[in-house]
Ligand binder design. Structure first.
Ligand SMILES: Nc1ncnc2c1ncn2[C@@H]1O[C@H](COP(=O)(O)OP(=O)(O)O)[C@@H](O)[C@H]1O
Ligand SMILES: [Mg+2]
Length: 415
């Protein structure tokens, strides 16, 4: 990251206005988010010649609490913290939406600030672009009287506007992300919903054998012919089945949980096997064979494992729907993994249904496009946005074989 070479400043050694602006723009323009806020407070502190500089965002409206986004303390960054606005010099900046300057005696006026041992304070509000409400502020503190560095303060005002835009951009991104997370969750629930009955059945099996073995133990004990080997064996079976039921529930809970996507190295074949395991009971009930053709030795991909499973599950669910009227001998879904090129791994889900007609091909990924009586039409559109948000792609393959084929392409992980 670019850094200003001014060191700890005396106003005499200060670069001139244009030079300052150039340095400042260089230091902050290629950065976003946290990196931007860090570059901003550090460089403004150096330009203006103060020891401390930090930037905050308001946590509520009307504001009572602030969260620091970056805190420069002269020789390094401090851990940013949250604090109550009341009885701090920041109060007037935020509540009155105006620049505030306490040239001296800050520690006396605001005992809360004593710990920093500062004497002077200056705060600049950061306004939201739509309603001009205060959404945060820039604060500068120093153990001595603050330099009257006009160009420096003018720069700080300009960058308060840029910081406001960055804050709003982050909030919009956060909203979009949580929206996508909600959609993703909905689609996981939908994918499972289609297979719910079969899953309940899957769970029922270990539970009823639990009950059977427990009953057998009770009988043996009641008869007084409890052979310790028999009882031990029955208890062993109970433990195994309880663990199996627990694993099924855990798996489902993880799959359905509200969670932020985590992109990391994922073994594609494992993700596909996990998805197939979740889909298996439903496939069995629909008399659909799931055939896995997994290429050995694939490198990991960069993705969220649960989301990969989710996309595969949705494609499998669509394939099963498409083969509802197919002859039993044709009911097969093939899931293939293969290296497509140096940077991409492809997961293909192919069914033997009627395939995609021209309209479906055009409108597949439109929200609410469905040809099913009880369809929602959200599955593919959500899967596509999940795939693309994670740097991958989802597409329907053209004219291959009788059924439909969908391909999820994921970027190879480079550790
Ligand atoms: N494997 C497939 N074979 C044939 N048509 C499909 C297939 N997958 C999706 N489609 C078509 O795309 C539509 C949208 O699919 P989707 O977004 O998953 O919503 P839904 O499954 O709720 O209808 C389906 O209604 C169907 O017409
Ligand atoms: Mg669907």
């Amino acid at each position: 990251m670019a850094e200003l070479g001014t060191g700890h400043t005396e106003s005499g050694s200060m670069p001139r206005g244009e030079e300052l602006l150039r340095l400042m723009v260089e230091a902050t323009s290629p950065t976003t988010g946290e990196e931007f806020f860090h570059a901003l407070v550090r460089n403004l502190a150096r330009i203006i010649g103060v020891k401390y500089a930090f930037i905050t965002e308001c946590l509520d409206q009307p504001p009572t609490r602030l969260r620091m986004l970056a805190f420069w303390a002269g020789d390094g960054f401090r851990d940013p913290r949250e604090y109550e606005l009341r009885a701090t010099p920041c109060e007037a900046v935020i509540n009155e939406a105006r620049e505030c300057h306490y040239p001296a005696r800050v520690s006396e006026l605001f005992p809360k600030e004593q710990a920093l041992g500062v004497d002077s304070y200056r705060g600049i509000p950061i306004l939201g672009s739509r309603d001009h409400r205060v959404i945060g502020h820039l604060a500068f503190l120093d153990p001595r009287r603050m330099p009257e560095h006009d160009i420096g303060w003018a720069l700080a005002r300009v960058f308060a506007v840029r910081a406001g835009a960055e804050l709003e951009r982050l909030h919009a991104e956060e909203r979009a992300r949580s929206h996508l997370e909600q959609l993703a969750r909905l689609s996981r629930a939908t994918a499972l919903g289609a297979m719910g009955a079969a899953l309940a059945h899957e769970l029922n099996q270990p539970l009823s054998s639990l009950a059977n073995y427990a009953r057998a133990c009770r009988r043996m004990l009641a008869d007084g012919r409890a052979d310790s080997t028999d009882v031990r064996e029955a208890l062993e079976r109970i433990a195994v089945n309880a663990e199996r039921a627990g694993a099924i529930v855990r798996n489902l809970r993880e799959f359905l949980a509200r969670r932020a996507p985590e992109r990391r190295a994922v073994a594609v074949n494992d993700a596909v096997r996990d998805a197939a395991r979740i889909a298996a009971p439903g496939a069995r009930e629909a008399r659909v064979r799931l055939r896995l053709m997994l290429e050995e030795g694939l490198p990991p991909v960069l993705a969220d494992g649960v989301q990969v499973q989710q996309v595969v599950l949705n494609l499998v669910a669509n394939g099963m729907d498409a083969m509802r009227d197919a002859a039993p001998s044709r009911r097969e879904i093939a899931i293939t993994t293969a290296r497509r090129d140096a940077a991409t791994i492809a997961i293909t889900v192919r069914d033997q249904g009627p395939g995609l007609n021209e309209e479906a091909r055009r409108r597949l990924f439109e929200p609410f496009f469905t040809t099913k009586k009880s369809g929602l039409g959200m599955g593919l559109c959500i899967c596509k946005s999940i795939a693309e948000a994670g740097g991958g792609r989802l597409e329907a393959l053209e004219g291959e074989g009788p059924g439909a084929a969908f391909c999820l392409a994921l970027p190879v992980f480079h550790g």
